[in-house]
Design a protein around this ligand. Structure first.
Ligand code: GAL
Length: 437
């Protein structure tokens, strides 16, 4: 049997992008609920107060996933729905909601996966400094303990932090995502705490036997613009930032400061023993890759010394996100991760392309066809890829881009919120039923 047939297919979603119900049943505010009040920060001036109302329509969405033939339903937990203040008193209605989601998945024969943190810190914790406050490690550990104790009996697969680099880069360095902080200092200190928190979260979850615990890493292939030593060095620098910073400390290799010298400043936030605490032997790596960046050296960008060469200046095909569409990144990163440890299971925990409202969905099918061929080639090379989770099931709130990019294989009507299958959903159903034969 071709190995491609053994891959497990599922979908990935996230609370802040889908649930809505932002104040329903005792939920506290998250940093995204507050950030979206600054409407100029969101392209279409929208917010996620209602989003696609997964809170009330979860059954419908799970039914759709099941009927397409998908086997994994990955969703994230909204921390402030469980703990409205971020710490302390548990909201029983929050627990009940996720119990319902989990139980319904089991009832319908689709495996629930939990992401503990997909970027929506409780606002109450932000008011105490958020990820810049070292206390966040304990706040997060307490939160994860609650999740483990309530859901660990029925959920086996866990992802701790979703895409550290995007969360920290967007939220604490560039200020384009919640909580809108800027500056290298904010970025470095928060990154260190996020990684320590993740390591501690791993320990917490692994206290329960049989849980499979991993992390989801954003991966972006970085290439030099010119074949000059300066551009090559620049590409190495940016690669260290984008593709190594959130991995190597967990592998016990420390921060990659040799290739990215600004990371030396991290020592300011490290205390004795941190390096050891950062080591984690994850049960699997979750790989998420959407695009490629080409960089050239420049003196006027502080710390990084790099300029991105936009796809339009290099005749590359782009999506509505302005990203180069680059499914070739998938086999590239699967190879690269397998070099860390060839036996470690790998999952594509997100993978997709955004189209505009007007574009023909046939383009998405073409994209996934390329993804399949990339996965097929690495499986034939013996890489331990277990499965693929699509980003995403239903179009949703795409962070600072609002509702403009359409990543879903299902659309929704903004007025009625009714769901409609797109061509990709039909194609996928057919593909999945054929590979079972
Ligand atoms: C990922 C993120 C998702 C989704 C996707 C498409 O970085 O985890 O929440 O937004 O990108 O941009």
């Amino acid at each position: 049997m071709s190995k491609i047939k053994s891959l497990i297919w599922g979908v990935a979603t996230a609370a802040a992008q889908t649930e809505g119900a932002y104040r329903t049943d005792g939920k506290g505010l998250s940093i995204w609920d507050v950030f979206t009040r600054k409407t100029h920060k969101i392209k279409d001036k929208s917010n996620a107060k209602v989003a696609i109302n997964f809170y009330e329509r979860y059954k419908e969405d799970i039914d759709i996933a099941v009927s397409i033939g998908l086997k994994v339903f990955r969703f994230s937990i909204s921390w402030s729905r469980i703990l409205p203040e971020g710490v302390g008193k548990i909201n029983p209605k929050g627990i009940a909601f996720y119990n319902n989601v989990i139980n319904y998945c089991h009832e319908k024969g689709i495996t629930p996966w939990i992401t503990t943190y997909h970027w929506d810190l409780p606002q109450k914790l932000q008011e105490k400094g958020g990820w810049t406050n070292r206390e966040v490690i304990n706040w997060y550990a307490d939160y994860v303990t609650i999740l483990r104790d309530h859901f660990g009996d029925r959920v086996k697969y866990w992802i701790l932090i979703n895409e550290g680099i995007v969360c920290m880069g967007g939220g604490y360095f560039l200020g384009v995502h919640a909580p809108g902080k800027i500056g290298i200092q904010n970025f470095l200190v928060s990154t260190h705490h996020l990684l320590l928190a993740q390591a501690k979260g791993f320990e917490v979850l692994k206290k329960k036997k049989n849980l499979k615990v991993g992390t989801a890493i954003s991966c972006t292939k970085i290439e030099p613009y010119r074949n000059t030593s300066r551009d090559i060095k620049t590409a190495k620098r940016i690669d260290a930032l984008m593709n190594r910073l959130f991995i190597e400390p967990h592998l016990g290799k420390g921060y990659p400061f040799q290739d990215l010298p600004i990371l030396r400043r991290m020592s300011k936030y490290c205390i004795d023993g941190d390096e050891d605490k950062l080591k984690v032997d994850f049960d699997f790596w979750g790989i998420q890759t959407y695009t490629r960046e080409v960089v050239k050296s420049t003196w006027y960008i502080p710390y990084l010394g790099a300029l991105l060469v936009k796809p339009k200046y290099r005749n590359a095909e782009t999506s509505i996100m302005g990203w180069e569409t680059y499914p070739k990144g998938i086999p590239y990163f699967l190879n690269r991760f397998s070099k860390y440890d060839p036996k470690k299971p790998l999952w594509l925990t997100e993978c997709g392309v955004a189209l505009s409202e007007q574009e023909d969905d046939i383009k998405r099918i073409a994209y996934y066809r390329e993804v399949i061929s990339g996965m097929d080639s690495v499986l034939n090379e013996g890489i331990n890829l277990k499965g693929i989770l699509l980003w995403t099931l239903v179009d949703n709130f795409e962070w600072a881009e609002g509702y403009i990019p359409k990543f879903g294989i299902v659309s929704f009507d903004p007025k009625t919120l009714n769901r409609t299958w797109k061509k990709t959903a039909y194609w996928l159903k057919e593909y999945l039923s054929n590979i079972k034969l």
